[in-house]
Design a binder for this molecule. Structure first.
Ligand SMILES: [Fe+2]
Length: 236
């Protein structure tokens, strides 16, 4: 999945919340970063790291999730006293070891450099992590394959999400691979070019997009009252 041989890439899935967790490893230094781990799959993720002889340096979240508890806290507890630092945006106001903002670069080993893009709208603290060397971007719940995250709770704002996608994500090279935080239809990934042209919501005008989001009328996630408070403190 990575077009850069010095970056090891794994996409992992949680069937219950349909969440993707991503593992990136530096093939040279064996340092690794996990993006959006799920609490129930911490043992799977740690076994994989062990099997691939990777040392976990960071656990990063794209935002404060409402549908599952992050694995960050459990991983930090299990790997103690090894140094694993949790990362989330400062705008999320959630607890973590490192707080990032737009323009920051997370470096892991020699080959992984993740550029932090502020992409609010699903929540006010959503960020995407862009890796130019691998030509991929982790879009969290901002941009999904043929969709986007909901905007009706957690400070969601449809106009803001539209602006994040059009002014930030859609300015990336068109062949950049898009890896979302969720997919409910069996898709693994997309590209910026495909989403620009074919995303049924975000290829529309901002006014049409806002109306589409208003008309969704979704039920609240089952775990929202448990997941949000726990994720505000890194899943502890
Ligand atoms: Fe979310």
């Amino acid at each position: 999945m990575s077009r850069n041989p010095s970056i090891l890439f794994r996409q992992l899935f949680d069937r219950v919340s349909c969440t993707y967790t991503y593992l990136l490893g530096c093939n040279k230094t064996r340092r690794a970063i996990l993006i959006d781990p799920v609490k129930e799959h911490v043992n799977r993720d740690l076994s994989l790291l062990k099997r691939l002889e990777l040392n976990l340096q960071y656990v990063a979240n794209t935002h404060v999730h409402a549908d599952h508890v992050t694995g960050s806290g459990a991983i930090k507890t299990l790997l103690k006293p090894a140094v694993v630092e949790s990362i989330i945006s400062s705008a999320s106001e959630a607890k973590a070891d490192i707080h990032v903002k737009d323009g920051d670069i997370i470096e892991c080993g020699d080959s992984i450099k993740l550029h932090v893009l502020s992409t609010p709208g699903h929540t006010s603290g959503c960020v995407s992590y862009y890796c130019p060397e691998g030509a991929f971007v982790f879009t969290g719940d901002c941009l999904l394959v043929g969709g986007c995250g909901r905007t009706d709770f957690q400070q969601g704002n449809s106009a803001q999400l539209y602006t994040s996608v059009h002014q930030s994500l859609f300015t990336l090279p068109e062949d950049t691979s898009v890896f979302p935080a969720h997919d409910y239809n069996g898709n693994l990934m997309s590209t910026i070019g495909e989403e620009k042209r074919y995303n049924p919501r975000l290829s529309k005008s901002q006014e049409e997009f806002i109306q589409i989001m208003k008309d969704l009328k979704l039920d609240l996630p089952k775990l929202i009252d448990i997941a949000v408070p726990q994720n505000m403190i890194c899943g502890f």
